[in-house]
Write a protein that binds this ligand. Structure first.
Ligand SMILES: Cc1cc2nc3c(=O)[nH]c(=O)nc-3n(C[C@H](O)[C@H](O)[C@H](O)COP(=O)(O)OP(=O)(O)OC[C@H]3O[C@@H](n4cnc5c(N)ncnc54)[C@H](O)[C@@H]3O)c2cc1C
Length: 338
């Protein structure tokens, strides 16, 4: 395998971005290391948006320079390639962690951590987002993914979301019906940033809510692996859990270099400490191929793959066309798949 170039922004663009965005821009920043997988490369630039007005500089960068960009929430559904990301990562800062309860429900900032939000709502005797205590993502990432669990999901209570389109600069509240929320999917695109979301909530007894949360956390600890993963690797097909297909293909506990299919839940792939994101991606490709051979079912990856190019992978990810479609990239086309 050839030596990998470190990701970098061209100098002029970096200087211009630095001058407009200011100290919020960090060049050559850790990326894979701050996802829940804790493996993978760096990013050429990272901006944590503290002030809403910083968006205009970023929108100019994206539109004018065609800068490849990916939006980062808590990084709990991302796998970043070892070669890193040659563009900008945009994350929402603490200005987007606001939580405002009213009679109808709650407006929560895109950067709010779901478990924190779920606990706060339960303590206030509000019901409907209990499931979120078990999902280690952000409100923005949850809307994009239509995250869910324990019989519910974002779609069950989302009323509307405030979304900034970085490609056009337009920002508006979009009704849930416009977002085409499907199973772990939505019409929220790679150029959209979910700034806030409004959820409908019911009312209940805080003690009952707390018990429901405790039960969800207990169930998770029992049934899912703890460290270095990004939740379910594959979307469940209509009639059967993906994990059952992976297990039925003989892959429970299967190891490929520094990545292994979890013993506890076969739809989770866990990375070793200090392991390689490319090993994880190769194991995803292998599991998909093996399940297709054994069951005739082509699993769709739920995890978002960032920065991969097919030649990085010994088991070619090119054999996983739907995985490549998950690659987050837009903007400048320099002949490489980002
Ligand atoms: C242990 C574990 C258990 C999990 N269990 C579940 C589960 O039960 N159910 C479930 O649905 N998921 C589960 N997940 C996956 C993950 O937590 C969810 O998909 C979550 O919604 C991702 O949110 P995030 O903020 O981490 O997004 P990220 O991983 O940072 O990003 C995911 C996608 O959302 C986009 N995105 C992130 N923030 C924004 C934003 N503000 N605006 C627009 N786009 C954005 C990213 O560009 C990317 O495309 C689990 C993950 C782990 C590690």
């Amino acid at each position: 395998m050839s030596a990998r170039p470190a990701p970098s922004l061209d100098r002029e663009l970096a200087a211009w971005l630095g001058a407009t965005v200011g100290p919020a821009l960090h060049l050559d920043a850790p990326f894979g290391a701050i996802t829940t997988y804790r493996v993978g490369g760096r990013t050429a630039g990272m901006v944590r948006v503290g002030e809403p007005q910083q968006f205009s500089a970023i929108v100019s960068a994206v539109r004018g320079a065609g800068l490849p960009m990916v939006v980062l929430g808590q990084g709990s559904n991302l796998l970043v390639a070892e070669r890193g990301w040659p563009g900008l990562v945009l994350a929402l800062g603490s200005a987007f962690e606001d939580v405002l309860l009213d009679d109808e429900g709650v407006v929560a900032g895109g950067a709010c951590a779901l478990p924190t939000l779920a606990r706060r709502l339960a303590a206030a005797g509000r019901t409907g987002l209990e499931w979120a205590v078990g999902v280690p993502g952000s409100v923005g990432g949850a809307v994009r993914m239509n995250a869910g669990g324990h019989g519910s999901d974002v779609a069950a209570s989302l009323l509307e979301a405030q979304i900034l389109d970085l490609a056009t600069g337009s920002c508006r509240w979009r009704p849930a019906a416009e977002l085409a929320l499907g199973f772990r999917s939505s019409a929220v695109s790679a150029t959209d940033v979910v700034l806030r979301a409004r959820f409908a909530l019911g009312r209940g007894d805080p003690a009952v809510g707390r018990r429901a949360l405790d039960e969800i956390v207990r169930w998770r600890r029992e049934h899912q692996p703890g460290a270095r993963n990004a939740g379910s690797v594959f979307v469940n097909p209509a009639n059967v859990p993906a994990g059952r297909l992976v297990e039925g293909a003989g892959l429970r506990g299967f190891r490929l270099a520094s990545a292994r299919v979890s013993e506890r839940h076969a739809n989770f792939i866990v990375a070793d400490p200090g392991g390689s994101a490319d090993d994880v991606a190769a194991l995803i490709a292998l599991a998909r191929e093996r399940v297709a051979e054994v069951w005739g079912v082509l699993l769709e990856p739920e995890i978002r793959l960032v920065g991969f190019v097919p030649e990085d992978l010994e088991t070619p990810l090119a054999s996983v066309p739907n995985a490549l479609q998950e690659v987050e990239s837009f903007g400048r086309s320099d002949g490489r798949r980002a």
